[in-house]
Write a protein that binds this ligand. Structure first.
Ligand code: 5GP
Ligand code: MN
Length: 321
């Protein structure tokens, strides 16, 4: 972390902060907090991502400043937050050099100024530590709010196995800096659009059990988006309905890309010891032990079978341990 601060403190060129495609609260929160802080430090800074801002996060300050990737300009430094590599931006990012601030396993390395800690429950945890150690007094309410959003969303509201005692210290620090947990929870979790609930209704009817009930799957077909008017971002959190079933250890959702129907975005989730990162890796993706993802091409049934074959292999390996 010291090397990250040193690099940024001395850097006078143009900087682009960016995050992964299908951005979540952790990626967006990290980007916004870092943007505002570096602006206060007088840096020449932009931020960008490939996809639209999910409406869940529209209340955060400076969201109107987020540019859409790809951007023509070639930046002196690109800061990738909350992703294993620049490839996760989902499009080209032009910069002379890169820096990575992240908590994903097995990612790319760009320099000794990277700040990567795979034990961190969220990237915003790392950004909070970085900014606190660099210049604590510059952390204002807006920055604290953005960081709190990432803490909240990446830990499933402080429920997932990635939480550490330290995250409550950081949450306390951010609340003291002005982040309001009640207001933020309301904004993030209690503003579902009617079309998103109509979509959920259809998606729940696709529930299937496999491996004698240990595995559950959900499917979002392109047709569901067409029929309800919901968007891809409205599927956020749907997989948790499958994971939350009693007896289910591994859950996954397959989302057919509305603009590329031969591609499926797969989200994998598990409870406890079951490692979905290994499953996602074998399917060409990655992530964390209890939350991972990948992209697969093909017909619906064939894609589901592929995922189930890898899950079956991993469950057998787990049994034989
Ligand atoms: P989600 O299922 O919420 O999209 O992603 C869960 C986790 O898996 C996130 O940490 C995300 O970065 C990672 N992930 C999702 N899709 C991919 C992918 O296609 N490739 C890699 N390497 N990681 C992914
Ligand atoms: Mn994250």
């Amino acid at each position: 972390m010291e090397k990250t601060i040193e690099k940024l403190d001395n850097f006078n060129g143009s900087i682009l902060i960016f995050t992964h495609e299908n951005p979540d609260g952790d990626g967006i929160g990290s980007m916004l907090a870092l943007y505002k802080f570096l602006k206060k430090k007088g840096k020449n800074i932009d931020m960008a991502m490939k996809d639209e801002l999910p409406h869940t996060y529209d209340f955060l300050s400076n969201v109107d400043k987020i540019k859409k990737l790809p951007v023509d300009k070639v930046y002196d430094l690109g800061i990738l937050v909350d992703a294993a590599g620049v490839f996760r931006a989902g499009t080209e990012v032009k910069a002379k050099e890169f820096m990575r601030i992240d908590h994903h396993r097995e990612g790319e390395k760009y320099g000794d100024w990277d700040y990567v800690d795979i034990t961190a429950p969220s990237t915003t945890t790392l950004v909070a530590k970085l900014l606190k150690s660099w210049d604590e007094k510059l952390i204002d309410k807006d920055i604290a709010e953005s960081l709190y959003v990432g803490l909240l969303t990446d830990t499933g509201s402080f429920r997932h196995s990635n939480i550490t005692p330290e995250i409550f210290d950081i949450a306390k620090f951010l609340v003291k800096k002005g982040a309001d947990p009640v207001y933020i929870s309301h904004k993030v979790f209690e503003r579902n659009k009617p079309e998103a609930i109509k979509l959920l209704n259809k998606v729940l009817s696709t529930l299937q059990f496999h491996e004698g009930g240990k595995v559950a799957s959900l499917t979002v077909r392109k047709k569901f988006f067409d029929d309800t008017g919901a968007k891809e971002e409205d599927t956020e959190g749907f997989v948790n309905f499958a994971r939350g079933i009693d007896g289910v250890d591994i859950a996954f959702i397959m989302i057919q890309k509305p603009n590329r129907p031969d591609t499926w975005r797969v989200s994998l989730r598990s409870k406890g010891k079951y490692n979905v990162q290994e499953i996602a890796k074998e399917l060409g993706g990655g992530g964390h032990r209890n939350a991972s993802g990948c992209r697969l091409n093909g017909e619906e049934d064939e894609v589901r079978e592929r995922i189930l074959r890898v899950i079956n292999k991993k469950l057998k390996e787990e049994e034989n341990k």
